[in-house]
Design a protein around this ligand. Sequence first.
Ligand code: HEM
Ligand SMILES: *[C@@H]1O[C@H](CO)[C@@H](O)[C@H](O)[C@H]1NC(C)=O
Ligand SMILES: *[C@@H]1O[C@H](CO)[C@@H](O)[C@H](O)[C@H]1NC(C)=O
Ligand SMILES: *[C@@H]1O[C@H](CO)[C@@H](O)[C@H](O)[C@H]1NC(C)=O
Length: 485
Amino acid sequence: MDMSINLFLYLFLSVFTFLLLRATAAAHLRRRKNRLPPGTLGLPFIGETLQLISAYKTENPEPFIDDRVSKYGNIFTTHVFGEPTVFSADPETNRFILQNEGRLFESSYPGSIQNLLGRHSLLLMRGTLHKRMHSLTMSFANSSILKDHLLADIDRLVRLNLDSWTGRVFLMEEAKKITFNLTVKQLMSFDPCEWTENLMKEYMLVIEGFFTIPLPVFSSTYRKAIQARRKVAEALGLVVRERRKEREGGERKNDMLEALFEGDGGVGGGGFSDEEIVDFMLALLVAGYDTTSTIMTLAVKFLTETPHALSHLKEEHVGIRLRKGEVESLRWEDYKSMPFTQCVVNETLRIANIISGVFRRAMTDINIKGYTIPKGWKVFASFRAVHLDHEHFKDARSFDPWRWQSNAGSATSPNVFTPFGGGPRRCPGYELARVELSVFLHHLVTRFSWAPAEPDKLVFFPTTRMLKRYPIIIQRRSLFDPCKE
Ligand code: HEM
Ligand SMILES: *[C@@H]1O[C@H](CO)[C@@H](O)[C@H](O)[C@H]1NC(C)=O
Ligand SMILES: *[C@@H]1O[C@H](CO)[C@@H](O)[C@H](O)[C@H]1NC(C)=O
Ligand SMILES: *[C@@H]1O[C@H](CO)[C@@H](O)[C@H](O)[C@H]1NC(C)=O
């Protein structure tokens, strides 16, 4: 009896001690682990959203980040678009976030954006399906495809577009026409025609819907966008059905749509459904169209404001034209012999930050740099903050293409320049965008001189763009009088 009580007590005590020890350890650990990055959450509900938006509506939004970085360091907590958000201006942390996509973090878009993208959009896909569709996209914009097929289309469509320029031109509009027509060609082999023009009109309405964050429910723009999306999806669906019929008759085309027909994928396997294909094509239009046309416009803006860079660029391209004559199309070797242009492309991507960073959601508690990001929290990996940090780029806020001639533009590690993101979701259009911009600049500087038609303003909210679509007055220049300015 005594014995058993003693045994019982002994067991009880040891179990109790064990539990007690474990509990204290856990509490201790939790306290240590639960250190949120410093920062303020601002007002209830709207948090710091208004400060962010008003900063991004000016030409210099940097103070929003600068102030917080100087107060709290490179990782801080804020509260934007309805949720507490951990903001990273640290290249190592950004890399960690991008590389751990699907394991520790997942991409995350508001419901309003998801409705516009469609259920089967690449941007919303996860897991193995995402992996397969991502590499399918890559294989349709990789360098050998660009070299063998796309470059010729890009060259032709850019020329065709520039042929129509006279007098006063809204650069942003023209750039949009070029990228839209090109994407349609790449996706389904259509040359510009009335059908593509109508599609573009509806499509522009869809794009506007993306700009209605953060309060889409109250917005008629958003409702129109949803309607327009339905029309675009219908039009694309018609094309898909028509092409399926043609395939049954043995006809094959060399485009993205063909690759999707051949793909074995789909949610249930056994080929993609029409709806999946349409969502996929819309995703490519969404991801490639606004970004590339904006980067074209901004490259011209920065060059116009930096005349010595522009004249250096002209020299390079006039040199190519003098070798080739006036009408011959650009070839891959020509693209590969534009070293200064590549510096201009990188510098434009660095300064412009079309995609200023990416949102992710923490899938579990994540410890990083002595802080904890709680499970379910939003994270924003800011590329912009890193690209414009003097620690990583000397005189980081001025446009200086020459910096790319020595040590790849950056003083520190190779991870600091990420205009196309990284990890499993790295932009599959990164090379396509570079080629489009290079070819556009080539034809622009060899055929025209220009000046801004009126002052315009660069803003960063809701997206990075020129407020007045960058109107310019153009003048044709003779190719073989390179000294004429
Ligand atoms: C200057 C032009 C461009 C920039 C700055 C850019 C930037 C980016 C960035 C940063 C991402 C990563 C998003 C994330 O991690 O959540 C991305 C994804 C993507 N981009 Fe681009 N992009 C450009 C042009 C294009 C073009 C021309 C295409 C057309 C093929 C394209 C197609 C895509 C697609 C499909 C994704 C989603 C990839 C995925 O989620 O797996 N982009 N882009
Ligand atoms: C590009 O993709 C094609 C398939 O579309 C593939 O055959 C080729 O090997 C890829 N090239 C490179 C350089 O990845
Ligand atoms: C491209 O598309 C636009 C709008 O749909 C159209 O007006 C234009 O003529 C097309 N062609 C070129 C070469 O830009
Ligand atoms: C431009 O940036 C890329 C990284 O995205 C790099 O690989 C390339 O070398 C850079 N180009 C130049 C001319 O520095």
